[in-house]
Design a protein around this ligand. Structure first.
Ligand code: GLN
Length: 478
């Protein structure tokens, strides 16, 4: 059941929130053993669902009344373990809720559990989890993408209608594309990062997964807005997104030439073309745009992201959070805790980041990456002079096989080639389901100027209307 339908029925007192929760739990019970989307469930969910009835009876307005929501396990939940899928945080229980979680609870959502991810959100397949990989509901031998693979799989498998993820370089959009779901990365600063465990602070943004445009808009509307506890939070009143396909028809979409060159599978190219054709018939105009510096985006991203990660992860020293390996003196305690606590990919990132920030290399690597970042942002700005939105594939291929890229980090990083530039520029972008290749879902990416999420929803709603709700017929499991 869609979130909009659940909330409407619960608000009308036609549906009991406890019953909704029960259905969701049954679905998890049935599929999670194999899919491993959830790392743990919220033991207080039933109690929270029961309390909703009192809140409704007291006349509270609850836009997400009774909707079960899954939360990526790098977003803090008070009293409920938040591990980032890392051994180092295996026992960590946050003393507070992230702002987004607080807002969802306030809106009547039921936090049902925490989902799997690549350790500290570093990865593109959810295989770098200390708790085993997540499987793609469309094909259990394939990765669901990452790092928010658990959230994407939970929505795709019909375990929950909505899930939160985080997107530093594509971690919401890429798994959305691989699982046939919608995934939105909002404008940097539009959603509070308070309570999101930091990976690369200048790129991190919490994002949303859903199965329809209306659900995605309703969900996202509940988590946006200024927050004093996040210094990068934009000062604005929280917008309410109301997708309107009529506005979508009047848009001009710029197709990013560089993203349609070599490296894409034929199915991906066909999906972009079919998406364009469908929207063209609805009245949308298309132009070609060029962002010549996109070819440097991946390199710049992996320099900036690792530099920030090396600094953010310094806090896991065995003294402040989570697990600790005891030793005879403080230095060996820290060393051993970090040696045992972090997985290989996280260590690789810390090493790369420390190297690129070290004196003597700083200008050649980190400094240059920052200059590329600036140029890419400028190129986006000039593209938006010609178009309201930009279009590209979300990923160059459909979901790859589990294990396929594990031994080759460069290959793994390449699956982010179409998504990372958006984070470097701080823009909002949406991946929406747009067809299949050999039975696997594909996504296309729409990118908007900062704070113009509304346009993404409008065009998504138009595409959904024109394809007669095909998003919903996407369910991989009965
Ligand atoms: N896959 C990218 C990385 O490994 C992006 C991760 C993310 O967005 N959290 O850095």
């Amino acid at each position: 059941m869609l979130a909009t339908d659940i909330a409407a029925a619960v608000n009308a007192k036609e549906l009991d929130p406890q019953e909704v929760l029960q259905r969701s739990l049954e679905r998890i019970e049935r599929f999670n053993g194999e899919i491993n989307a959830f790392l743990r469930l919220n033991p207080r969910a039933a109690e929270e669902a029961a309390r909703l009835k009192e809140r409704l009876a007291a006349g509270e307005e609850l836009p997400l009344a009774g909707v079960p929501v899954a939360v990526k396990d790098n977003i803090s939940t008070a009293g409920l373990q938040t591990t980032c899928a890392s051994r180092i945080l295996r026992e960590f229980v946050p003393p507070y809720d992230a702002t987004v979680v607080q807002k969802l609870r306030r809106a009547g959502a039921v936090i049902i559990g925490k989902t799997n991810l690549d350790e500290f959100a570093m990865g593109s397949s959810t295989e770098h989890s200390a708790f085993g990989p997540t499987r793609n509901p469309w094909d259990y031998e394939r990765a669901p993408g990452g790092s928010s693979g658990g959230s994407a799989a939970a929505v795709s498998a019909g375990m929950v209608p909505l899930a939160l993820g985080s997107d530093t370089g594509g971690s919401v959009r890429q798994p959305a594309a691989f699982t046939g779901t919608l995934g939105l990365k909002p404008t940097y600063g539009r959603v509070s990062r308070y309570g999101l465990v930091a990976f690369a602070s200048s790129l991190d943004q919490i994002g949303t997964f859903a199965l329809s445009t209306a659900d995605l808009a309703l969900f996202t509307s509940q988590i946006v807005g200024h927050d004093d506890r996040d210094a990068t939070s934009i000062k604005e009143d929280a917008p309410v997104f109301r997708p309107d396909p009529r506005r979508g028809r009047r848009m001009t979409v710029g197709v990013i030439k560089e993203t349609l060159q070599e490296g894409n599978t034929p199915g991906v190219l066909r999906a972009v073309e079919a998406f364009r054709e469908k929207l063209r018939q609805e009245g949308v105009s298309f132009v070609e745009v060029s962002l010549p510096s996109l070819q440097y985006a991946l390199a710049a991203y992996y320099l900036v992201a690792t530099a920030e990660a090396s600094s953010n992860l310094a806090r896991y020293d065995g003294a402040h959070y989570g697990s600790r390996v005891t030793a005879e003196d403080v230095v060996s305690l820290m060393k051993r805790t970090r040696e045992k606590g972090f997985g290989a990919e996280v260590k690789r990132r810390i090493l790369m980041g420390t190297f690129s920030l070290s004196s003597g290399y700083y200008d050649a690597y980190y400094g240059r990456a920052l200059r590329v970042r600036r140029i890419i942002a400028d190129e986006f700005a000039s593209a938006f002079q010609k178009a309201d939105l930009l279009l590209s594939p979300t990923t160059p291929t459909p979901a790859f096989a589990l294990g396929e890229k594990l031994d080759d980090p460069m290959e793994m990083y390449l699956s982010d080639v179409d998504t990372v530039a958006v984070n470097l520029a701080g823009l909002p972008a949406l991946s929406l389901p747009a067809g299949f290749e050999e039975g696997l879902p594909l996504g296309v990416q729409l990118i908007a100027p900062a704070l113009a999420e509304e346009r993404l929803f409008d065009v998504s709603a138009l595409f959904e209307l024109a394809s007669e709700g095909a998003f919903l017929q996407n369910a991989p499991l009965e």
